[in-house]
Design a protein around this ligand. Sequence first.
Ligand SMILES: Cc1cc2nc3c(=O)[nH]c(=O)nc-3n(C[C@H](O)[C@H](O)[C@H](O)COP(=O)(O)O)c2cc1C
Length: 332
Amino acid sequence: MTDFVKIGNVKIRKTAVLAPMAGVADRAYRLMCRESGASYCVSEMVSAKGICYSDRKTAELCTITPDERPMGIQLFGSEPNFMAKAVKIVLHYEPDIIDINMGCPVPKVVGTGAGSALMKDAELAAEITESAVKAAGNVPVTVKIRSGWNSENINAVEFSQRLESAGAAAVTVHGRTRDQFYSGTADIDIIKEVKNAVKIPVIGSGDVTDLDSCNNMYEKTGCDLVMIGRGSYGNPFVFQQIDADFSGKEYTPPSVEMRMQTMLKHIRLIIKISGKSEELAMHEARKHAAWYMNGFYGSAKFRGRCYQLSSYAEAEKLAEEFIQLQLSRIHK
Ligand SMILES: Cc1cc2nc3c(=O)[nH]c(=O)nc-3n(C[C@H](O)[C@H](O)[C@H](O)COP(=O)(O)O)c2cc1C
């Protein structure tokens, strides 16, 4: 039997959760991962100021379908008043949780004082959190951070304590500094230190790719939930593996046929959800298709062909060829 973790009043199965990933973890991706066993997911990040001025993309980014719940909507911003207004706006989409991004390293976000830039100003970060908490009412507000701004300023522990006293209901820690972006390996000791320093649930993020690394994150840090980002690229099966183990069920890794069926299902979802022409939707599907073929014999060539796909029928044909190639290797 799996345990549950409570964030505010939201119950989340203690298995693995899907990381917010702008440009990757859109609704189709989230649905694929949830169906595979991810126990919680978060929207792509949404600009707090952006949604106060224009609602052009708000509905697309913030709409939550029943199969995605529990789900959080993630906001980024550097001004407490805009954050409060944005929270009120996104409440219309009835998020289970509102998450504030204080970890994004990209210059476009950091340059506005948002994302990981807030790790340099704990007081402002706390003010933003407080105003979001006040605006959110019963909806829990969580914050996602990094270990610090750079190796000279590792402050996740004090920073998390400050966020906790500002009313944050949980904190997610990605064990890299802003300066590291996504390079090197994540430092999981800092996640343990945060866990020991706060009473709110802590979600551990960084380099989890399978059951072993998930168990390692739980065991070494004592964290309440483990988050998986890049390890789920073309691999929603990672959630199945973890879910099966945690619920004492047998897990069979997917055959190459199953993998291709899952890829095609993912592509169908992208086409259905995007509301665009099949050709345009296929542009979005290309990188996902390529990820499903990663690590297999001949995959470099196939990945190149994925980036040329412009119809579903072509994807089906490519999947069949891929299966035949893998089978011919086995039966050689
Ligand atoms: C393409 C990409 C987009 C991301 N977008 C977001 C985002 O919108 N909000 C956020 O808090 N973190 C974002 N992250 C960071 C991830 O949520 C996660 O913390 C990080 O990738 C480390 O975990 P991993 O090693 O499991 O990928 C993003 C990461 C990637 C690779």
